[in-house]
Design a binder for this molecule. Sequence first.
Ligand code: G3I
Length: 302
Amino acid sequence: ESTLGAAAAQSDRYFGVAIASGRLNDSVYTSIANREFTSVTAENEMKIDATQPQRGQFNFTAGDRVYNWAVQNGKQVRGHTLAWHSQQPGWMQNLNGGELRQAMTDHITGVMTHYRGKIVEWDVVNEAFADGGSGARRDSNLQRSGNDWIEVAFRAARAADPAAKLCYNDYNVENWNSAKTQAMYAMVRDFKQRGVPIDCVGFQAHFNEGNPYNSNFRTTLQSFAALGVDVSVTELDIQGASPTTFANVTNDCLAVARCVGITVWGVRDSDSWRSHHTPLLFNNDGSKKPAYDAVLNALNGG
Ligand code: G3I
C-alpha cells in the first residue's frame, strides 16, 4: 500500500496524526493529513482549557472543527484529554479537594456527553506519574484531591459514554526498566483486578536524548497488553527522525496483537511542538522524509 493509513489497515490498525485547527486552512497540510492518516487526535482543541474555559460554560467550537474535518474525511477520532494537571483553565487551577473532584467529574461528563458515541477512544487521564525515577504520582491539584482521583475519573467516563474505549496516557513510559513504567503497570494491573473500567493504555513515545528509544519497548507493549488492555502509540515523534528508530517503533506495534495503532504528533516538522528537533515524517515543504519510507516499508511487512 502507498499510504500510511492503508498500509496499517492491512493489519486492522490505524495510522493517525495530531491535527491543529489553526492549520486546517493550509492546503498542503490538509492534503497530506487526508491522504496519509486514518485517525485524528486534536492537538489542543479538546483539552480542558479549550472545552470549559469558564466554569459551567463548555465551548466545543474548536474541538468540533477538528472533529468535523476528521469525520468528513473518513477518519476516526481519538479524544485528548479529559483529566490532566496541565492546560487547566484558571478557574480549575484554583480548586482543590472535593470541589475539584466534582469539577473533574462534571468536566468529564460534559465533554463526553457532547461527543457521546463519536469518539473511538478517550485519553481519560493524562500524565499522572512523576518523572525522576521514583515511580511516584505527579504532584498536582488532582493528585492532592485523593489518590483515587484516577479511578474516579475512569468510572465517570464509563458512565458518560459506555461506547468509548477509556485510555490512560503518559510519556517516558516506553522503557520497561523505568520506575515510571513499572508504576503505571502496577496501576493498570490493580485496576483490571478490581474491575476499574480501563480499556487501553497510550504510550506517547516522544523519543529524544532524555528518553531514547529502547528495544524493550516491545516488552512494555506486550506486558501491558497481557493485562487485558489495548495499547497504542499516541504521540510519536523522534528527535532527528531516525528512519531505523521509526521502523523499530512501527514493528514493535505490529508485533503486539493488541497494539491497535500509531499516531504521530503532527504532520510536518514545522507543525511540531518541538520543530527544532525535526521529529516528524514530513519536511516543512510537505515532502516525505526517509523516516516516512521506513515506516511505510515496515507497515507493508518489510
Ligand atoms: O492558542 C493560544 C494562542 O491564542 C496564544 O496566542 C498562544 C501564545 O500564548 O498560545 C496558544 O496556545 C498554545 C497552544 O499550544 C496552541 O498552540 C499554548 O500556549 C501552548 O502551551 C500549547 O502547547 C501544546 C502543549 O501540548 C501544551 O498543551 C502543544 O501545542 C501540544 O503539541 C502539546 O501536546 C502535548 C500533549 O497534549 C500531551 N503530551 C505531551 C505533548 C507535548 O507537550
